[in-house]
Every structure is written in C-alpha cells, then in structure tokens.
Design a protein around this ligand. Structure first.
Ligand code: SAM
Ligand code: DTB
Ligand code: SF4
Length: 326
C-alpha cells in the first residue's frame, strides 16, 4: 500500500461523496491491510486545567468568552492525575491524554507539574498525550525529554471556514505549533470537528491539509460537535451519524497508517453507527465516562461495543513488566 501526500481537493471531495457502499469497501480494504486484527487503542482523557481559556473557539465550553465557561474547577496536581492514569490503565487503557484549557503553555510551576505528569504516565507504561495550546521550541524539547508520546493540537476545520469559528488565533499559528512539535520529535495528534456549519468542501479541505502533511499526523481525531448550551454553537443541528462514517472512512483511505480516532460525539452516534466507524477505519476511541467537560459512553458500554463489533483492544506496550500490568 503506497502512502500518498499529494491528495487533491477534487479527489478528496469525490471520496467523501462516493456511494456509501463503495466508500466503505475502499476504506475497509485499506483498513484491513493496515490493521488486520482490527485492534483498537483505548485512550483515556483527563482535564487537568479546566475552563477560563482566553481563546474564543465557538464550540468550546471552556472559553472565557462564552457563558458556558466551566469556572471554578481547581487545577489538578501531579499525584491525583497519576492516580487517574493508574485507574485508566487498570480499566484497560493504553494511552492517557491530559488537557489544559490554555491559549499557550507558560513556563513555571504548572509546566513543571505537566512534565512530572508526563514522566509518571510513561513510567506506568502508558503512552502520554498532552493538549495545552501553543508552545515554544524550548517547551517542546522539554516535553520530548520527559518522554511525551504525542501532542494534540487540532486544526478543527478548513482554512476557509476557520475564521467563522475562532478569531483569537490564526490557522497559520496552528500550523506553526504543529511544526514545533514535529521538530522536537514528538508525534502529532491532529484532527478536527464536523458539525460546525461547514460545507462538504470544507471537510475535504481540512482532510487535504492533514493528508498532505509529510509525514501524516500519527493520530487523527475526528470529533462531532458536542453542542454545549452557552456556546455560540449551541443551536447547531446534530451531525448525521453517517457523515461521521464518511469522514472516518475518507481519513482512513487518505492516511492508511495513521490512528484515526473516533473522538467527541460518540454518545449521539448509537451502537451501529459506531460499529460502522470501526469498520470504516477508526482504530481508537476515548475510553472513560468523561471527555474534558462533557460526557462519553461508560466503560462497560464500550466493552460491550467492542465485543459486539468483534474487535479487540491493543495490548499494553511490551516494555511494561508483566507484574505491573493492570
Ligand atoms: N486548549 C487546547 C487547544 O485548544 O489546543 C487543548 C484543549 S481543546 C478543548 C482540544 C480539542 O477539543 C479542540 O481542539 C477541539 O477540536 C476539541 N473540542 C473542544 N470542544 C469540543 C466540542 N464541544 N465538541 C467537539 N470537539 C470539541
Ligand atoms: C480531541 O480531538 N478531542 C478530545 C481530545 N482531542 C482532547 C477533546 C474533546 C472535547 C469535547 C468537549 C469537552 O468534553 O469539553
Ligand atoms: Fe481554549 Fe482549547 Fe477551548 Fe479553544 S478549544 S477555548 S483553546 S480550551
């Protein structure tokens, strides 16, 4: 299977618009070749610093600019975070993702705490992912040194639709952050959201930016908007579950070896649509009953989902001594 980085907008639009059966068939062939065991990575998510963010992302309940802002939650300290990481491992997670509602990382005690969290999560044998806004080269280097597996920074939508969603930071700034992460040798987790009022061409355009990166982001989260009351997008119509299936399938065809994460919005999808996403090429889900501030399916429901689909979770990396496995 050749991995291409020269996808044209027309090609991507044509894939997104294929008859569903043809799209699924193509995606499945790519997926089965790249991931014959249909292994799914379980990633648990924890919000370390919640709310009060200076950015104005229209979808986000953590922005200072919206009445939805979830204020008053204390920032978590290192030990309770590692406690949650241990519990996530016991429950079967392979990756632990931590979020900070920041415009950018600042140096000082909270950054030192972040580094300790990364080291602690890695010592547990889990992959560690951080999402905390923009960063400098020096901060990226220190995160790499602490053993950070991946940094999440989403493009969210197409360059064309972007200014209708966020005014406080530019698309170009996002791309620069991604380059800094790459330069530091940390893998990239970068994807977007559907259901922000974008057109089919916008979805293709977002996928084109991702699929023409060289290398592709190792991890591509596909979120469906969770329309939260008190955000400017609270009235946005729900995403048709089959649109998520199309987005996942197209991402899989474009980026055969990336992890395509079926991310926010799973609760609204239903069991069968989630299984179609797994069939179409999703090979990761967020695991645990909360995302950052909104809810996610219960662990038990997800175990049943994977069993019903006949897919298995990834094992923990081999480097973890057997006696310490959850
Ligand atoms: N502040 C950091 C940043 O924006 O890079 C990290 C946290 S931010 C909440 C992480 C990502 O979550 C966003 O880029 C966005 O793609 C996704 N997200 C946030 N709110 C969402 C919502 N209501 N529905 C779907 N995805 C959402
Ligand atoms: C991503 O793309 N989705 C996750 C993770 N990366 C950080 C976050 C989803 C957040 C959904 C809204 C909330 O719970 O606040
Ligand atoms: Fe802040 Fe991230 Fe939410 Fe944007 S998505 S308001 S940067 S926490």
């Amino acid at each position: 299977m050749i991995t291409r980085h020269d996808w044209s907008l027309e090609e991507i639009q044509a894939l997104l618009a294929l008859p569903l059966m043809d799209l699924l068939w193509q995606a499945q062939q790519v997926h089965r070749a790249a991931n014959p065991g249909y292994r799914v990575q379980l990633a648990s998510l924890l919000s370390v610093k919640t709310g009060g963010c200076e950015e104005d992302c229209a979808y986000c309940p953590q922005s200072l600019h919206h009445s939805a802002d979830v204020a008053g939650r204390p920032e978590l300290e290192v030990e309770p975070v590692l406690e949650r990481a241990r519990a996530a491992r016991e429950a079967g997670a392979q990756r632990f993702c931590m979020g900070w509602a920041w415009r950018e990382i600042r140096d000082g005690a909270p950054f030192e705490a972040m580094l300790s969290m990364v080291r602690g999560v890695r010592e547990l044998g889990l992959e560690a992912c951080v999402t905390a806004g923009m960063l400098t080269d020096a901060q990226a280097a220190r995160l790499a040194e602490a053993g950070l597996t991946a940094y999440n920074h989403n493009l969210d939508t197409s360059p064309e639709h972007y200014e209708r969603i966020i005014s406080t930071r530019t698309y170009q700034e996002r791309l620069e952050t991604l380059q800094r992460v790459r330069r530091a040798g940390i893998t990239l987790c970068c994807g977007g959201i559907i259901g922000l009022g974008e057109s089919p061409a916008d979805r293709a355009s977002l996928l084109q930016v991702l699929a023409t990166m060289e290398p592709h982001p190792e991890s591509v989260p596909i979120n469906a908007l969770v329309a939260v009351e008190g955000t400017p997008l609270e009235e946005q119509a729900p995403v048709d579950p089959l649109e998520m299936v199309r987005m996942v399938a197209t991402a899989r065809i474009l980026m055969p070896h990336s992890r395509v994460r079926l991310s926010a919005g799973r609760e609204a999808l239903g069991r069968e649509a989630q299984i179609l996403c797994l069939l179409a090429g999703a090979d990761s889900i967020f695991y645990g009953d909360t995302l950052l501030t909104t809810s996610n399916p219960a662990v038990e429901a997800d175990r049943e989902l994977l069993a019903a689909a006949g897919v298995v979770a990834e094992p923990l990396p081999e480097s973890v001594p057997a006696g310490t496995r959850g």
